[in-house]
Design a protein around this ligand. Sequence first.
Ligand code: NCD
Ligand code: ZN
Length: 351
Amino acid sequence: MSDKTPITRLTIRRPDDWHLHLRDGDMLQGVLPYTAAHFARAIIMPNLVPPVVTAQQATDYRSRIMAALPDRMSFTPLMTLYLTEDTDPEDVAQAHAAGIATAVKLYPAGATTNSASGVRDFEKVRPVLEKMAEIGMPLCVHGEVTDSQIDIFDREAVFIDRVLKPIRKKVPDLRVIMEHVTTQDAVDYVRDTPKNLAATITTHHLIINRNNLLAGGIRPHYYCLPVAKRERHRIALVQAAVSGDPRFFLGTDSAPHTDPAKLQPCGCAGCFTAPNTLSCLAEVFEAAGKLKALEAFTSLNGPAYYRLPPNEETISLVKGDPVTYPERIDTGAGPVTVFDPGFSLHWHVEA
Ligand code: NCD
Ligand code: ZN
């Protein structure tokens, strides 16, 4: 069946989420079931307070995630270590060899939520990066400069030239994932790089541009980092996602914050997309006439880059009446608003 014949049912390998914030405590308890309902595995971001820096902290955090998982659900958290200027290359190598940490996360200091312990001087982390290159451990990168002189809408493009290219030149065997790319610049850079570079794309960046965030009133629930860009960038992201190019895959960056934390004069960055991500994505891929490319984006390209087998289980998406999902969920930490794509969703994940 070609994409010209309307598809109303799509069975794909069970997806993974290659960039996810689960938080901790009551928030973790509240949000985890939404991811575990649809995803087999996820790369878990380490930006807790304090951050997950050591192998021991990753082991403990993993245990708390597993303890929060409802009995009937199965889910595998793939842990990451938060790179600091004091990170010990041997601790990282041991955590990787022991299966405790799948990847390391690089936050430029001050780039985003809880990134104060991130990297200021990239030379200081070079021994860690060299060790990772040697053992084939991937580096997940938050690709924005933090220089206050650089306009926030340019921070990703500038990061590529100022930070990413030099790092990749110095440590060419390092396997890098540029996370949550938001620009045509990043898409082009990844597409033009034949080796050791891939990118995740979020659900919300495929759907919103900066007008959705700012025109006609400020919409804090669309505020995330990297901030949504112009429409031409969103279109470039959609083209990359639906292209089937194995270097692009889903990292939802579902990043829950309570409504009181979002709705204040200086509100937190992050969109909570876990409950309706797959329905949103099916809608985006269908609109592009590329529904059949969804599986590569959600379920095949990520495992291939991370050198893990794809999931054996499948899920089915079925087109029907508008999908209902809660406008917000209640967690023990407070209410969390669910991402509103701004259009109705028709693709149901079959139970
Ligand atoms: C993330 C968070 O809240 O932890 N926020 C976001 O806007 N994406 C941090 C991040 O991934 O930048
Ligand atoms: Zn994130």
